[in-house]
Design a protein around this ligand. Structure first.
Ligand code: ZN
Length: 145
């Protein structure tokens, strides 16, 4: 069991129902694994902030899996720089607000209703965007309940 950080394993960031259902190989390369370690470290900060275990629902998505789930073509998930997650019994909206009020550094924090998306960037200036995914597929600024 390869560990990315104290509480997160590589497997947690690779698992995908869609990939197994469609027989999609979602194996990351070394570069992606290095990025996943960064993502796991930020998820450790989230875990500390909320004081509970964090459940990753989607981490790395290789190109084939990203297409299968209809992900954005520039999705940070394809670089191993994003995680979708939940922290029961907290609601995703509560978690978004807690992260936004903390000093955790992120590029995009997106309230996606049933989960939280946290995306990182390797660029020097993270955008710190706070967004809500709308039913139309576009994004609203801030967290819209
Ligand atoms: Zn996501």
């Amino acid at each position: 069991m390869t560990k990315l950080s104290e509480h997160f394993t590589l497997a947690e960031f690779l698992v995908s129902e869609t990939a197994s259902r469609h027989g999609i190989d979602n194996t990351p390369d070394e570069r992606v694994i290095e990025n996943l370690k960064l993502t796991a470290l930020v998820m450790e900060e989230v875990r500390d902030l909320v004081g509970r275990p964090v459940i990753i629902t989607s981490g790395y998505r290789g190109p084939a899996l990203n297409r299968a789930v209809g992900g954005s073509v520039n999705s940070a998930h394809m670089q191993g720089l994003a995680a979708d997650f939940i922290v029961p019994p907290l609601t995703p909206l509560e978690v978004c607000r807690m992260i936004a009020a903390s000093d955790i550094v992120y590029d995009q924090l997106i309230y996606e209703h049933t989960w939280v998306h946290l995306g990182l960037t390797l660029k020097e200036s993270p955008r710190h965007q706070k967004l809500t995914l709308l039913a139309s597929g576009s994004y609203a600024q801030g967290f819209v309940a």
